[in-house]
Design a protein around this ligand. Structure first.
Ligand code: SAH
Length: 216
């Protein structure tokens, strides 16, 4: 009896998160909204943090890393303008929550995490949530994932001063890349579109991400 009731409580919190934190702040892509309504964020964080899962904040996921605040996950996803046919490279799997959201909106997600314990956590979370169109690997994501390039879209969940060259090389022409760009924990959510070897850059929200580390 207890478990279904708790499920309903989380469901209500999740719907409120979507209307108050996402729609109210300009998230308008219907498919992103539905994915955020459906992915059970509380199952991706430790049990002790479950009651905080739908709050307007980032949360610790272990190994000094964090799961981004729901708005930032939705915003980054919306900026990729996914239609459903895309192959997406994600850097920084963390607990797998952003991966789960992406996987509902595209053909396949290729996600790289440098910390083995987090990758295992993500693997278990994604398996429990039955996300089959996801490939994971433990490696330095700054090198991209050459075997599966080019990608239609790339999302980095960790911030750095520059977009690594490998990502630009592995993005298909016309593709979109989203990354928090900046130093000292102060980033600007940045989107690059690749067009004929050139990159058009647009800047969005100020944000604060964990750093993109360039060795494993
Ligand atoms: N989107 C994740 C948030 C992860 S936080 C989630 O939903 O949980 C960012 C992650 O990027 C951390 O887990 C960190 O270990 C990872 N990371 C940082 N630098 C990396 C690199 N060079 N390659 C792969 N992963 C990296």
């Amino acid at each position: 009896m207890t478990l279904p009731r708790m499920g309903h409580a989380f469901e209500r919190k999740r719907q409120r998160m979507v209307s108050e934190q996402l729609i109210a702040r300009g998230i308008s892509d219907e498919r992103v909204i539905v994915a955020m309504q459906e992915v059970p964020r509380h199952l991706f964080v430790d049990d002790a943090l479950g009651s905080h899962a739908y709050k307007d904040k980032s949360l610790p996921i272990g190994a000094g890393q964090t799961i981004s605040q729901p708005y930032m996950v939705a915003k980054m996803t919306q900026l990729l303008e996914l239609q459903s046919h895309e192959r997406v490279l994600e850097i920084g799997t963390g607990c797998g929550y952003q991966t789960a959201v992406l996987s509902r909106l595209c053909r396949r997600v290729y996600s790289i995490e440098r910390i083995p314990a987090l990758l295992e956590k993500a693997r278990a979370n994604l398996r429990a949530a039955r996300h089959a169109n996801v490939m994971l690997k433990c490696a330095d994501g700054t090198l991209g994932w050459h075997e599966y390039a080019p990608f239609d879209a790339i999302l980095a969940a960790a911030g750095g001063l520059n977009v690594p060259d490998a990502w630009m090389d592995q993005l298909r022409d016309g593709g979109l890349l989203v990354m928090p760009v900046g130093g000292n924990g102060q980033h600007i959510l940045t989107r690059c579109r690749k067009r004929g070897g050139e990159f058009e850059e647009d800047r969005f929200d100020d944000c604060c991400f964990v750093p993109l580390v360039d060795e494993v």
